[in-house]
Design a protein around this ligand. Structure first.
Ligand SMILES: NC(=O)c1ccc[n+]([C@@H]2O[C@H](COP(=O)([O-])OP(=O)(O)OC[C@H]3O[C@@H](n4cnc5c(N)ncnc54)[C@H](O)[C@@H]3O)[C@@H](O)[C@H]2O)c1
Length: 354
């Protein structure tokens, strides 16, 4: 059994705690730390049946010294330092997205993970949507032939941003949107936050190295943000395939599609509960439906497989660093109105194409 401590007992802290409970007896939340003690107490007292110890900081939780892993569910600006601290304490890490907010931090984290031999997994929960798993399987098997257009969509209607509403009962405290409205804590805008899911999904579907990025961003409806609420990002892959990321807090997409791939022999599209494919020449498309999955539960199950059984990780540090490199290139492109070329090393920022 893996003994985990959750740091950050807010929205995601609660979601992850439920995921750990769903994975019992292979994992157990034995500690919760939050700078707002009512949050940690609420989480320990409700979802965890009073069975987890409560701490006011990550320092205190690590000092107790009886953890196998830490699950980081903190605001963005605290990720890098928390990862470094946990890595130096010698336990494994599951970390919410984005891994960190600068490529300089990413380079330090990579070196520290290597030096300490720490297992790190990025909490890329959308990788565990059944439609995406099946689409990736069909693409890797070559059933659809070579993909040339790949679209990844992550958009939600979030115009009530920062109104103080909390998505679930967190036991009081600040809204999860409050720190997001502060650019120094957020580290970017919607593209870095919700767009992160669309980006790792695009990279997972392409299974290829991104080589160029061009982007446009804007703020259409979320006036509480000083930065973008929407991004449209085009990515060229080494194979020549073109990817597109569409991400927004300004609207919910019709049909709820997460992705669409056009390939040599046919096309495929997926959502939370549907996968539709149509080979060229088929009169009709074929649809497979699935029950909705609690992707956080599947993510923790995968983390435990990696940690306990040495399974190959679907979301390594380098996967997360590549997402950050694409995201930073998208911001650079939107600002400079230029195409940005991406170096092979994900830790190195892109440069405008001459
Ligand atoms: N995978 C997803 O679908 C998804 C959805 C929402 C959020 N997230 C990610 O989860 C992370 C947390 O976001 P959230 O929405 O849960 O935010 P939140 O505000 O609800 O939770 C953050 C918690 O961290 C605590 N905290 C702040 N500073 C601290 C410190 N120094 N030490 C200890 N605790 C501290 C806060 O009191 C709060 O309880 C972010 O990285 C976010 O991007 C992921």
């Amino acid at each position: 059994m893996t003994r985990v401590g959750i740091v950050g007992a807010g929205w995601m802290g609660h979601e992850h705690a439920q995921a750990w409970q769903n994975n019992a007896p292979h994992g157990k939340v034995v500690a919760v730390a939050d700078a707002a003690p009512e949050r940690a107490r609420h989480l320990a007292g409700t979802l965890l049946d009073g069975n987890a110890r409560v701490y006011a900081s990550l320092d205190e939780m690590l000092a107790a010294g009886d953890l196998d892993a830490v699950d980081i569910c903190l605001p963005h600006h605290l990720h890098a330092e928390a990862i470094l601290q946990v890595a130096r304490s010698g336990v494994a890490i599951l970390c919410e997205k984005p891994v960190c907010t600068t490529l300089d931090d990413a380079a330090v984290i990579r070196a520290t993970l290597a030096e300490t031999g720490t297992l790190f997994m990025a909490a890329h929960n959308q990788l565990f949507q059944p439609s995406l798993i099946e689409a990736r399987r069909l693409l890797v098997a070559g059933t659809l032939g070579r993909p040339f257009i790949i679209r990844s969509i992550e958009a939600v209607q979030n115009r009530g941003f920062a109104t103080g509403k909390v998505p679930i009962d967190l036991g009081g405290g600040e809204s999860p949107w409050a720190w997001r409205a502060d650019a120094s804590k957020m580290g970017g805008g919607e593209v870095l936050d919700t767009g992160w899911h669309a980006t790792y999904r695009l990279l997972a579907l392409a299974d290829d190295r991104p080589v160029e990025v061009v982007a446009m961003t804007d703020r259409f409806h979320v006036k509480q943000l000083a930065v973008e609420d929407t991004g449209v990002i085009t990515v060229r892959f080494a194979s020549g395939a073109i990817g597109q990321i569409l991400t927004s807090w300004a609207f919910a997409p019709v049909g709820g599609w997460h992705f669409e791939v056009a390939a040599q022999h046919g096309s495929i599209a997926g959502s939370r509960t549907r996968l539709v494919h149509q080979l060229h020449g088929w009169a009709e498309s074929v649809e497979v439906a699935n029950e909705p999955v609690h992707t956080f539960t599947a993510e923790v199950a995968h983390f435990l497989d990696v940690l306990q059984r040495g399974a190959e990780s679907q979301a390594t540090f380098d996967h997360a660093a590549r997402v950050l490199q694409v995201t930073m290139a998208a911001y650079a492109s939107a600002e400079a109105k230029r195409v940005i070329a991406l170096p092979e090393d994900p830790m190195v920022p892109g440069e405008p194409v001459a």
